[in-house]
Design a protein around this ligand. Structure first.
Ligand code: GDP
Ligand code: IMO
Ligand code: MG
Length: 427
């Protein structure tokens, strides 16, 4: 089982950080393959809580080499501050490997992200404002700046000037903002070069060699399936591919090398930012899920929108990712409800629909069809085996498994590393 992908099966914040950290002790490499510091992954180890944005969650496991792949967009200031924050807490960060092909988020990307959102007004996406979309846009437009450019001042200057020629026209003429000086950007970027140089590596070579040698490599997705730019709720998505295929392009590893794809699935649903969300709750149940589940964004501090579990989405995630397993998280949050609604299908214009509609208007009109499952009131946070769960919690898990199309191989019953029920081994 040398290469596994672990990704979000919903709209992000499913508990990927915790799941990655749990496996981190048994894997040799943990690789981020897309996204950037729009991610917020919380990892709880004993009484210590870590919030990671850019670094792979494997960084907290001493034997594991964390890798930032070519598909990630890297804000160098954030990377260095995250590294020093961990070093201050005694975490060894020296093993980090950073792809020279990863694109850099520069100050003009974050500026463009923010002004574009402001310009969109009530049609805004609700981005994290971290410059993610504009950086990927420049990558695809072939005017991006890559990590390796930091080490060649004359190339860096040419590229920054070329990018700013266009951006400044847009900022000044369209958005009525001040132009950004190339010299200032250059000075800032060059200031990061020496600190980053030691981490830069040919990560595709390292990872392919590792897989060939039988080492265990875990690819950790940011965001989630429904935020994927191709397969998510476009345009209310992020600008990268969190889905399984993204691991191949974002790390330079062929699909034949991937042996297992694990979908992290929350026992209910949350979403941050704008966009359709069929099972969203606007009542006291939604408020209770938010409160009990601590559903507040790690990156932007925004309240997460909350709703019941949506099996249509879970089935879709199984399909577009080729999931082999699910890791069901936050089951403990549902303790105390007498009956728990689960969305098993949608009703769209009076018709029952079992699969996620590709048509965005249909999805906007989708009304959830609920099945009621009996709840439980016993504390489940100490359960170590499936059999220790109350019968109705077992039934809930089994029902979700049947509806979602892949086996549930682990269950989270609390935020801590050890608050997990392992059913099938991932390794
Ligand atoms: P990520 O972005 O997918 O890594 O998820 P986040 O870290 O943004 O959000 C998940 C939150 O749920 C974090 O605060 C985790 O500590 C917490 N968490 C993860 N798994 C569980 C679980 O099984 N039960 C509970 N109660 N909390 C969990
Ligand atoms: P993790 O890895 C939840 C959402 C934003 C917005 C949309 C686009 O913690 O699960 P962007 O800044 O990426 O251009 O914003 O995507 N979003 C996330 N929502 N969890 C995340 O990451 C997210 N990263 C981006 O709220 O709706
Ligand atoms: Mg998160």
């Amino acid at each position: 089982m040398p290469a596994l992908v672990l990704l979000g099966a919903q709209w992000g914040d499913e508990g990927k950080g915790k799941a990655t950290d749990l496996l981190g002790g048994s894997v040799d490499y943990v690789v981020r393959y897309q996204g950037g510091n729009n991610a917020g992954h919380t990892v709880v180890v004993g009484d210590q809580k870590y919030a990671l944005h850019l670094l792979p969650s494997g960084i907290l496991s001493p034997g594991c080499t964390p890798v930032i792949g070519n598909g990630v967009v890297v804000d160098p200031a954030v990377l260095l501050s995250e590294l020093s924050g961990l070093q201050e807490r005694g975490v060894d960060t020296s093993k980090l490997l950073l792809s020279g092909n990863a694109h850099l988020i520069t100050p003009y990307h974050t500026t463009v992200d923010k002004v574009t959102e402001r310009f969109l007004g009530k049609r805004k996406i609700g981005t994290t404002g971290r410059g993610i979309g504009p950086t990927y846009a420049d990558k695809i437009n072939r005017v991006g700046i890559r990590v390796q450019d930091l080490f060649d001042e004359s190339i860096l200057r040419q590229k920054v000037e070329a990018a700013l020629d266009f951006k400044n026209q847009m900022l000044v003429k369209l958005y009525n903002r001040r132009a950004i000086a190339a010299d200032q950007v250059l000075e800032e970027l060059l200031g990061y070069a020496d600190e980053l140089r030691g981490f830069v590596a040919d990560t595709t070579l390292v990872l392919n060699d590792a897989i060939d040698e039988g080492k265990v490599v875990l690819f950790e997705g940011g965001q989630g399936t429904l935020l994927d730019v191709d397969h998510g709720t476009y345009p209310f998505v992020t600008s990268s591919n969190p889905t399984a295929g993204g691991a191949c392009t974002g790390a330079g590893v062929g699909p034949t090398k991937i042996s297992r794809v694990i979908g992290i699935l929350k026992a209910y649903t949350t979403r941050v930012g704008a966009g359709p969300f069929p099972t969203e709750l606007f009542d006291e149940d939604g408020e209770a899920l938010r409160r009990i589940g601590g559903e507040r964004g790690v990156t932007t501090g925004r309240d997460r929108r909350c709703g019941w579990f949506d099996a249509v989405i879970a089935r879709y995630a199984t399909r577009v990712n080729g999931l082999t397993d699910f890791f069901l998280t936050k089951l403990d949050v549902l303790t105390g409800w007498e009956r728990i609604p689960v969305c098993v299908a949608y009703e769209i214009d009076g018709k029952r629909v079992e699969e996620l509609p590709y048509n965005q208007t249909d999805f906007h009109h989708a009304k959830p069809v609920y099945e009621m499952l009996p709840g439980w009131s016993e504390d489940i946070s100490k359960a170590k085996t499936f059999e220790e769960l109350p019968k109705n919690a077992q039934r809930y898990v089994k029902a979700l498994e049947e509806m979602s199309g892949a086996p549930i191989s682990a269950i989270g019953v609390g935020p801590g590393r050890t608050e997990t029920i392992e059913i099938n081994s991932f390794l």
